[in-house]
Design a protein around this ligand. Structure first.
Ligand code: AP5
Length: 219
């Protein structure tokens, strides 16, 4: 099953992807995570991406499409869930073209819908583990010991692009460049709008209902 998970910054894409992966055995391909790893590794791509990410702008399409095409080509046959990609109509077109060249297509698109005010609160309260990538929230999803990861005890950190100013720009960028991707998919794919102004378990239930249908159609 090939799934695209769309939604504004902080809508809960990463949180839900971890649950989708556990339930359906898909691979989680997050463009943001891959870019952060490139930066941590000090690669040329990581250096090129840095200023865009830190200011809340999108990394140029050609860099992202190449990076994600490689990641997708390495994914096992069981399928994947794309998180943060595609993020422009051009990226979506390129992805469709690449998949069509090998007789494939995106099976289902899930679009997490939630107001800007709520996502801003979610992002500015997010803390994550630099060791294992676990994600917490200072109010909604607290670790057992404040500031420490439940899994490995590492000190939790705030992403540099999660400051209020950068979050505001990421939201503007989302509405200008990424929201049109939803309309792109609505023209030619199965798209489910998911109300993401709910708690994490309720959103998971809505998502699993849709993915169960998709999985049963695929046999
Ligand atoms: P990326 O890492 O993709 O960031 P994003 O899309 O802005 O998404 P986030 O990771 O911030 O949020 P999320 O939806 O995953 O929310 P989460 O589950 O963590 O991209 C970063 C940058 O990389 C971009 O700005 C851009 O520069 C670049 N980039 C990446 N992809 C690109 C592309 N394709 N093209 C060009 N540039 C690209 O949840 C957030 C918080 O809320 C957490 O604390 C969580 O615990 C909490 N939470 C989650 N769900 C709920 C809930 N239901 N109720 C309460 N709290 C919740």
């Amino acid at each position: 099953m090939r799934v695209v998970l769309l939604g504004a910054p902080g809508a809960g894409k990463g949180t839900q992807c971890k649950r989708i992966v556990a339930q359906y055995g898909l691979v989680h391909l997050s463009s943001g995570d891959i870019l952060r790893q490139e930066r941590a590794d000090g690669t040329e791509l990581g250096r090129k991406a840095q200023s865009y990410m830190d200011s809340g702008e999108l990394v140029p399409d050609e860099l992202i499409v190449e990076m994600m095409t490689v990641a997708i080509s390495k994914a096992p046959a069981g399928g994947y869930v794309l998180d943060g990609f595609p993020r422009t109509a051009k990226q979506a077109e390129q992805l469709d073209k690449t998949l069509a060249d090998s007789g494939q297509k995106i099976d289902v698109v899930l679009n997490l819908e939630v107001d800007d005010e709520i996502v801003a609160r979610r992002i500015t309260g997010r803390r994550s583990c630099p060791e294992c990538g676990a994600v917490y929230h200072i109010e909604n999803l607290k670790p057992k010991v404040e500031g420490k990861c439940d899994h490995d005890g590492a000190n939790l950190v705030q992403r540099p692009d999660d400051s209020f100013e950068v979050v505001m720009n990421r939201l503007k960028t989302y509405h200008r460049q990424t929201r049109p991707v939803v309309d792109y998919y609505k023209k030619n794919s199965t798209v489910y709008d998911i109300d993401a102004d709910k708690n994490i378990d309720e959103i998971e239930t809505s998502i699993f209902e849709k993915l169960d249908v998709c999985a049963s159609v695929q046999g």
